[in-house]
Design a protein around this ligand. Structure first.
Ligand SMILES: C[S@@+](CC[C@H](N)C(=O)[O-])C[C@H]1O[C@@H](n2cnc3c(N)ncnc32)[C@H](O)[C@@H]1O
Length: 238
């Protein structure tokens, strides 16, 4: 689901997520806490955005990182920021994940991350089929997505179990930008994972960092008491 937030506003988005509450003090620390030792790992960063995670993965010792995002503006930012630093250890290209991962070889990644991307994709099953194909046996994927309970608050149908396309206006970059995503049940997310040969090994609901208190106390209080994202680790057993 394309949004100008990740194309026209890519640079502003990059600046915003460096130190905002939702990304820097809730989502990233919560997802990073689920990653194991990354030294010498070949990692796939799905929906890499501006490369904040990519840089982190290299700092943790990743051998190579492949970055995929359907926004060419995001890929340009990643290449400009990290291309020279990491040379041939980084591959970054624009591609729509709903078309699968045709450029990636079977059994080629130790770790896959996919932070805050899956709510933009309607058919999760095909994406997980492809993730299973390109992961090495024993390798794992960690992703975050909107928490189904949080998203149910914006349901128009009132039917939690029915997938819904939702359009909202967000102020992430300091001006209103429309964003469209899919709201879905926890059952739908879990079924997409397990019916494609992956085993769920950990689920968390994240924890907002106390540092967020000084940025915006009201938002900090809200996030301390209400789930916003869900974090899942799943492994390829065979
Ligand atoms: C909220 S941003 C997250 C970026 C990055 N993962 C992070 O956490 O900083 C979502 C990203 O997913 C990308 N995206 C959304 N749908 C996609 C799709 N079907 N294929 C590839 N990338 C997609 C967007 O372009 C955007 O860069």
């Amino acid at each position: 689901m394309k949004s100008e937030l990740y194309s026209k506003h890519a640079e502003k988005y990059d600046a915003a997520v460096q130190n905002n509450i939702y990304n820097a003090h809730l989502e990233r620390p919560s997802l990073q806490a689920m990653l194991g030792e990354l030294t010498d790992c070949n990692i796939l960063d799905l929906g890499c955005g501006t490369g904040v995670y990519t840089e982190y993965l290299f700092k943790q010792g990743a051998s190579t990182v492949t970055c995929i995002d359907y926004s060419q503006d995001m890929i340009n930012l990643v290449t400009n920021k990290l291309g020279t630093l990491f040379g041939n250890r980084i591959t970054a290209y624009a591609h729509d994940l709903t078309k699968g991962l045709p450029n990636e070889a079977p059994n080629s990644f130790d770790v896959i991350i996919c932070p805050l991307v899956l709510h933009y994709i309607e058919d999760l099953s095909f994406v997980f089929e492809e993730i299973h194909r390109v992961l090495k046996v024993g390798g794992y994927m960690v992703f975050s997505t909107h928490h189904p309970f949080a998203d149910f608050e914006c349901s128009l149908s009132g039917n939690y179990f029915e997938r819904e396309r939702i359009t909202e206006t967000w102020n992430t970059v300091g001006e209103p930008v429309e964003v469209t995503f899919y709201r879905r049940s926890l059952t739908e997310i879990m079924t997409a994972i397990t019916s494609n040969g992956l085993a769920v090994t950990e689920i968390t609901e994240g924890k907002v960092d106390e540092k967020a208190k000084v940025i915006d106390e009201k938002t900090y209080e809200h996030l301390s008491k209400n789930p916003n994202f869900i974090f899942v680790k799943c492994q390829k057993m065979a």
